[in-house]
Write a protein that binds this ligand. Sequence first.
Ligand code: E4P
Length: 217
Amino acid sequence: MKFFVDTADVKEIRDLNDLGLLDGVTTNPSLILKSGGKIADVTREICEIVKGPVSAEVVATEYKDMMAEAKILARIADNVCIKVPLTLDGLRACKDIRSDGRMVNVTLCFSATQALLAAKAGASFISPFVGRIDDTGWDGMELISDIRTIYDNYDFQTEILTASVRTVNHVKQAALIGADVITAPPATLKALVKHPLTDKGLEQFLADWAKTGQKIG
Ligand code: E4P
C-alpha cells in the first residue's frame, strides 16, 4: 500500500519524507489556501522533495479551461499529477490529459458508478472521500470495498486512492480491503505508529536497563 500525505505544508512533507514514509502527496484548493503560498511555488517545492505523484488540482469547471490549467500545472514538474473533479468535463479532461501521458487523479468521488466512469476515462487514481461519507451517516469504507470489487472484476488499472482519511482505523480498513493508496493528514500518518503497550514496554525496558548500570559501546 502506498502512503500519500494530504497537505500543502512543506515542512510537514519534508519531515515525513525524511522518515521514508511518503510515496506521494495530494493537495487541493483548500489545502493551498491553508498553506498561504501560491499554487505554482508550493507545488514546485513539494515536487522537489517527493519524487512520487504530487496531485495539483484544476479549478476550472469547463473542459477547455481545465485543459489550459492542466498544461500550466504540468509544466511545474514531471511528477505533477493533475487532479480533476468527477464531472463530465472532468472525465473528458481526464481522458485527454492521460493520452498526453500525464497522471490524473479524479477527485470528489462518492459513488461506485462514479469510480467506474473514472476508470473508463483512464484515470491513474480515483479518490473516494471516506471521511466525508462517514460524516453523512453512510459507511465510507463500504465504497472502497465496492470499487475494489468492480475494478477487479474488469481488471481496471486505476489505483484506488482512499481520501478524506481521518482515523487510523480508516487506514487499517483500506489496507484490509486492498486499496492501492491512502492519503491522510500528517497527524494521522504519524498516529499509525502509536500504541500504549509500545510506550509502556519501552518505559519498562529503559527503567530496567538503567538498573543494570551498563552502557552499550
Ligand atoms: C484528497 O485528495 C483530498 O484532498 C482530501 O483527502 C480531502 O479530505 P477532507 O475531507 O479531510 O478535506
